[in-house]
Design a protein around this ligand. Structure first.
Ligand code: DHE
Length: 506
């Protein structure tokens, strides 16, 4: 008997902590009983699996600095914390719905918001640059001439993708992975309001006329259309394949000359185009896709183009006639002619291209596009007329973001992953050679670049909790100053974004 107990044989097993009950007692008040979020973010694998930072157990035990998330190390035993963490990693029992009414019920318009008649600052409103600080979920509003922080406002939890500006550059919309979309008035330096457009979202796109914002969702599998005026929900479009299979929307892109949004679908080999203009095309498309025959004229009609493979990440040529997408195998790219709805070329793109960061520039007598690869030490440079690779530039590791400016002779490309994550390559646009590699913060992630309006300065993130934005002279490549920031990620200059500067992603 003694022996059996010592060896654990026949001894009563310690009761497993009841994770669901622990969650209900300690977490549900902020994160909601159904784990879809409340004051605190949603705690579902779709969101948690995509986030960087300490492990779940550590967050539960130690809390999150600069947030309302308390530390539970004193309240809960280690095995209870571990049980809650495993519970949060379990998928939800069923896909929740998120209707127009559900989304509308979350809409909050700030009672304090007073729209200014003119900018409340003397800085050039076209040279404002926003810095997303993911360390404590804020955005800093920078004067692009003096680099003074004009305002710093809190965002929803875990902003992802580029904020989108209204065509006049006055308003900006920021999206979080939890599906919240926030509207901010740059002239007034005030938050206008927010609405939860989805439960787990990917990115947003602004219509060319500035009236609509499209939100790509993973959960549920929908596209939500918001009015930019008052964040009201105009339509929720269910995204399904021909046999009814629901598909997550990987991303949504604006195609202003086509008066449409273009959707990358995660689970179905189709590309969708959602028209917002007054006269959407009704007929004359090629045979391999169909316009849904509307029973009565519907707003936001959908065109569905069947493609040979699931396409994940899109890049467009400057007149939005061609879409370049990464194939699911991560080995090549597909060029889709949006006018005829047909694939017209295959690109040699081994190494999982990150086309969303692609940029273009004139080169010799043609235009080239360049894209980094998430799984390869190269940057591919492709001729956009022949669709042939003109150069594979060898880098010190896989990169995430690239940037240039029409006034700059250089492309800036980070090395995001691996031992050289602290390096930033400077590539000559003419010779396609790396001419310098910056190493401004050894051992830290140095990533993402944005230029000022005139392209004179380049801003680079030290992507760490006690990080900084480094301002460089874009011609001499000398450092001008460092602005302390909390894990700064993307930076977005009003003018470069609203003028569709070719050296920036859209
Ligand atoms: Fe992003 C943009 C997809 C992981 C930071 N990212 C985008 C866009 C897409 C995308 C489709 C373009 C949207 C837009 O701006 O409208 N990102 C993906 C992924 O599929 C991927 C690889 C996996 C995922 O987790 O979803 C991914 N992204 C990340 C990160 O881990 C990053 C580095 C940190 C984070 O904040 O999550 C990250 N992604 C960014 C940033 C942009 C972005 C900063 C905007 C870049 C810009 O300059 O426009």
């Amino acid at each position: 008997m003694v022996l059996a107990a010592t060896m654990g044989l026949g001894a009563p097993a310690a009761a497993e902590p009841d994770a669901k009950a622990l969650f209900a007692e300690h977490c549900a008040e902020c994160h909601a009983e159904n784990r879809l979020g409340g004051v605190g973010p949603a705690l579902i694998p779709e969101t948690l699996g995509r986030m960087w930072g300490p492990k779940l157990e550590a967050v539960i035990a130690d809390g999150r600095p600069a947030t309302q998330m308390p530390a539970f190390a004193e309240t809960l035993a280690t095995d209870q914390i571990a049980a809650i963490a495993r519970y949060l990693e379990e998928p939800l029992p069923e896909t929740p719905r998120w209707s127009v009414e559900d989304a509308m019920a979350t809409r909050e318009l700030s009672a304090e918001y007073k729209p200014a008649d003119a900018p409340v600052f003397t800085a050039d409103p076209m040279n404002i640059t926003l810095v997303v600080e993911t360390g404590d979920h804020h955005v800093s509003v920078l004067d692009g001439d003096t680099f003074e922080v004009l305002n710093r406002f809190p965002t929803p939890f875990a902003v992802h993708g580029g904020p989108k500006f209204s065509p006049d550059g006055r308003y900006v919309f920021v999206m979080s992975r939890d599906g919240w979309v926030q509207k901010y008035d740059i002239w007034s330096l005030q938050i206008v309001g927010q609405v939860r457009a989805g439960l787990n979202s990917r990115n947003i796109a602004m219509s060319g006329d500035g009236k609509w914002l499209a939100v790509a969702n993973y959960l549920p599998q929908t596209l939500t259309i918001l009015s930019t005026e008052d964040l009201s929900v105009q339509k929720v479009i269910d995204v399904t394949g021909p046999d009814g299979t629901p598909s997550r929307v990987s991303a949504v892109y604006q195609a202003p000359p086509r008066e449409s949004f273009v959707l990358a679908l995660k689970d179905v080999p189709q590309v969708w185009e959602v028209f917002y203009g007054a006269n959407p095309p009704q007929m004359g498309f090629a045979h391999d896709y169909r316009m849904e025959p509307p029973v009565k004229p519907e707003p936001f009609p959908v065109r569905k183009i069947t493609v040979s493979d699931i396409m994940d990440d899109f890049f467009f040529d400057l007149d939005y006639e061609h879409l370049i997408g990464a194939s699911r195998d991560g080995e090549h790219g597909i060029v889709l002619d949006m006018v005829i709805g047909q694939e017209v070329a295959n690109l040699d793109l081994p190494g999982m291209p990150h086309l969303g960061s692609g940029i273009t520039w004139p080169w010799h007598d043609t235009t080239v596009m360049a894209t980094p690869h998430l799984k390869g030490n190269t940057i591919s440079v492709i001729d956009m007329e022949s669709w042939k690779t003109v150069k594979e530039i060898e880098t010190l590791g896989p990169g995430f973001f690239m940037r240039s400016h029409s006034t700059s002779p250089y492309v800036w490309a980070d090395v995001f992953f691996g031992p050289n994550k602290d390096k930033m390559h400077i590539i000559d646009k003419e010779s396609l050679e790396i001419v310098k590699t910056l190493d401004p913060a050894p051992g830290k992630v140095v990533a993402h670049v944005e230029f000022t309006k005139d392209g004179e300065e380049a801003l680079v993130s030290i992507w760490e909790d006690d990080g900084a934005v480094i301002v460089y002279d874009a011609k001499t490549l000398e450092e001008i100053k460092r602005l302390p920031m909390r894990k700064p990620s993307g930076k977005y200059n009003v003018w470069n974004k609203i003028s569709f500067e070719a050296g920036t992603s859209h």
